[in-house]
Design a protein around this ligand. Structure first.
Ligand code: CP
Length: 307
């Protein structure tokens, strides 16, 4: 098994590594079916969260328990740790690394996980850094979900919808998809929420086809995956009417998905606000709750490759 040093950004995952991770995740499914293992009973994971999370934190903590390990945790590190007294991230990480074998960190600042990895004596996992940073483990579970649901990634046509400018899950997934053959990426958003130039430059450098579009209806019948993300009201400052119009324009309902291929999937990293109508949940193409289970498997697999 390949030994990973840290998990900081999606670009670090090569195709062979992604393949190995998926195979390991498949094995984790069997371990979960029998309730877990005690293989990692001497290992401790610290979850150090400076920003809110439900899925990622519980998923990592559950993954560690299923592997037989133990968890120490702070879910509001900015309020309940020495950070409140002015301790730097670097000092906190240096200290916490003495008490555990792996650190999972979520932070409000882009680049915080990388900074943590530079001073940590144990592996660091980026559980989401800042707005417009990365969320590599979410992207890996998204990719695994696509692979399991559709059976292929090469040649995939995927539409990303919502706040692509700050959406770290979209950014990380774009980096991963850029490693595959003949993928086509449609970034669907109003201009001010469009995907940033750094991702566009990366895709151009790697000869990946992509287009920027604002009208979802133009592409809905062609795509294999629609990947929906939140559009937050705070992004519209005092323009509440434009926010309402935008949410309406990109709303995923039964009428819209009736135009999608039968063999296609609807994804969302969650939490959702008002992007997807609840009755879409019953459509067999809705994959957003399957992503959660796949996240547990991928995170168990990542932990085994790090520990
Ligand atoms: N998808 C995701 O990162 O969710 P949380 O913010 O709940 O961890």
């Amino acid at each position: 098994m390949t030994k990973l040093q840290h998990v900081i950004e999606a670009q670090q995952f090569t195709l062979p590594l992604i393949n190995e991770l998926f195979q390991t995740a498949d094995q984790m499914e069997k371990i979960l079916e029998r309730g877990g293992t005690l293989d990692y009973q001497n290992k401790i994971m610290a979850s150090l969260f400076y920003a809110p999370s439900t899925r990622t934190r519980f998923s990592f903590e559950s993954a560690m328990y299923r592997l037989g390990g133990k968890v120490i945790s702070t879910e509001q590190a900015h309020l309940f740790s020495s950070v409140i007294g002015g301790e730097t991230l670097e000092d906190t990480v240096r200290v916490v690394a003495n008490f555990c074998d792996v650190i999972v960190i979520r932070h409000t600042e882009v680049g915080a996980a990388k900074r943590a990895s530079l001073v940590s004596s144990v592996p660091v996992i980026n559980a989401g850094d800042g707005k417009g940073g990365q969320h590599p483990t979410q992207a890996l579970l998204d990719l695994y979900t696509i692979y399991k649901e559709l059976g292929y990634i090469d040649g995939l046509k995927i539409a990303f919808v919502g706040d692509l400018e700050q959406g770290r899950t979209v950014r990380s997934l774009a980096y991963l998809l850029g490693k595959f053959e003949r993928v086509m990426l449609y970034f669907i958003a109003p201009d001010f929420l469009q995907i940033r130039e750094d991702i566009q430059d990366y895709l151009t450098r790697h000869n990946v086809w992509f287009t920027l579009e604002s009208d979802l209806n133009k592409v809905i019948s062609e795509i294999d995956v629609i990947y929906v993300t939140r559009i937050e009201k705070e992004r519209f400052a005092d323009k509440a009417d434009i926010y309402d119009e935008t949410v309406k324009k990109y709303f995923i309902d039964k009428d819209l998905i009736s135009k999608m291929k039968q063999k296609s999937i609807i994804m969302h990293p969650l939490p959702r606000l008002n992007e997807i109508a609840p009755d879409v949940d019953h459509d067999p193409r809705a994959a957003y709750f399957k992503q959660i289970r796949n996240g547990l498997l991928i995170r168990m697999a990542l932990l085994t490759m790090l520990l």
